[in-house]
Design a protein around this ligand. Structure first.
Ligand SMILES: [Zn+2]
Length: 200
């Protein structure tokens, strides 16, 4: 095997059902403001080429001046650092952040990774960044499904929601990594959300 380069598929991102559903709730709950929090789970290892997300932990306390670029109050920042220390003693890993791109003044916001988002990922050394696009929906419901671009979409209450996840890929010697969208795998969450549609 020496010297042989193994071509590896990009890892997928598996999300536990409970985590996915709490993520949906946290973005819907403060629709119009940016929802924000951190992501816990496990990194890929030799046996499995996927991240496993077990928790999305929303943060409520922050400044609300900007809709797209949440900034923290100093107290939150301090508390967060303590929390990170605590997490570092668990087997779970702090994989990155999630935040929503809500519609703004009736305009639907792109669920792409902005330059600001990318800079944050680089600065913090995150594995993953989840971006959740949310916009209002006039009527009807959209089935929850996996999309060919790796995202998962559907509707909840009067909202259209799409969940995307990105990692940064560094070429050799490259200081400017490119975002890459990864495939989200969450069949149990999709099933549960679609079952809820049927009951309404
Ligand atoms: Zn963003």
């Amino acid at each position: 095997m020496a010297g042989k380069e193994v071509i590896k598929m990009p890892p997928t991102v598996h999300i536990r059902k409970e985590a996915f559903i709490s993520l949906i709730f946290s973005v819907v709950d403060i629709f119009k403001r940016e929802s924000f929090g951190f992501v816990l789970g496990y990194r890929p290892d030799k046996r499995r080429n996927y991240f496993l997300v077990t928790e999305f932990v929303p943060f409520a306390n922050r400044n609300e001046k900007r809709y797209a670029e949440a900034t923290w109050t100093r107290r939150t920042e301090k508390r967060f650092h303590r929390f990170k220390e605590l997490i570092s003693q668990l087997r779970l890993k702090y994989l990155g952040d999630f935040h929503s791109h809500p519609e703004f003044g009736g305009m639907i916001c792109s669920p792409g990774l902005s330059d600001h988002d990318k800079a944050g990922m680089i600065k913090n050394g995150y594995d993953l960044e989840f971006i959740i696009g949310i916009s209002s929906r006039r009527r009807g419901r959209a089935v929850w499904e996996s999309m060919p671009d790796g995202s998962i979409r559907g509707s909840y209450d009067q909202f259209n929601i799409e969940v995307h996840v990105y990692r940064l890929v560094y070429q050799k010697e490259d200081k400017n990594p490119e975002p890459e969208r990864l495939q989200i795998v969450a069949p149990e969450a999709i099933k549960t959300l679609n079952r809820m549609h049927l009951r309404q």
